[in-house]
Design a protein around this ligand. Sequence first.
Ligand code: ADP
Length: 322
Amino acid sequence: MKYLYYTVMMYMLLALGWWTVLLLRTHNELYNVKTDLVSIQFQNENSPGEISGSLSQELQSLTSAYHNKKLMILGESMVFGLSLVLGLSFIRKSYQNTLIASKNEKNFLLSVTHELKSPLAAIKLIGETFQKRHLSNEQSRQLQDNLCSETNRLESLINNILMASKVRRDFAIQMKSINVQPVIEKIIQNQLAMHPYVDLQFNTHGSCIAHVDQDAFSLIISNLIENAIKYSMPYPSIVMNAECKEGTLHVTIADNGIGIPVHERELIFRRFYRIGDENTRSTQGTGLGLYIVKSLVEAMKGKIIVRQNTPKGTIFEVTIKS
Ligand code: ADP
């Protein structure tokens, strides 16, 4: 597609260039014919003494008209060329955006169908097992745990879908000064209870008072930690930092996972965007998490950036002015 675009653009520019050259040549020939005609006309109509003054005047005005027309042709062809390049770039950009949007939509439908169906199927199966079989206490406790975790998964998916539509329209941010340290610690505790195999280190420099919306902030942090775990399997090692310095809250979440290619670092914040192909991907998700995170960070007038971790993995950095 890229090569086709550049080839078409080159052909069109070459055609335009050739058209300009031909037009200039014709214009040149016309000028020569005109000057010859005028000279002959003057020679026929006037005696030799009278010719030189008025002929040179006539030739001067022909020459100045010739130069003006030449400039006009060059100017017009430059404007055409520029419009051509801009128009083609615009068409290419719109085409690419449409392709990305349709790929994202397809990915979303595939993933959401899977994400909705699998916990529902598990919940149904657990219900049927309770109905049909006599279970020991141990078995029944195990099934209840599974039921809770599948229900949580379903709830989190539905919350994400609702939140994604909410942040687009009427999400009301309520900023107040809070100590973010215990908020982050609580989220970490919950995540570690669900994923006890994760190695998570949290560095903070005492209490950190920041001006944020507590619910939005919690959602941002839990989404980023969940992603850090999900994309660093099987041995997630995460380092988190939170610092309030010079009236600004900085939070970084660094993982040792698969990393994010440079050209996708902007795209991952788009709605439904997921790296790779849904048919071959092994991780669960809908591509809504980072869209929600970015929308919430921006609603609090903050910024989020993503960069490479060393030796591997990703660092997400959230900055919010207090
Ligand atoms: P989801 O995780 O549901 O797919 P997100 O919006 O949270 O959706 O993330 C979008 C995409 O960004 C993910 O599909 C994944 O490819 C990539 N991504 C997000 N976080 C990370 C991370 N910590 N490491 C590597 N890739 C990530």
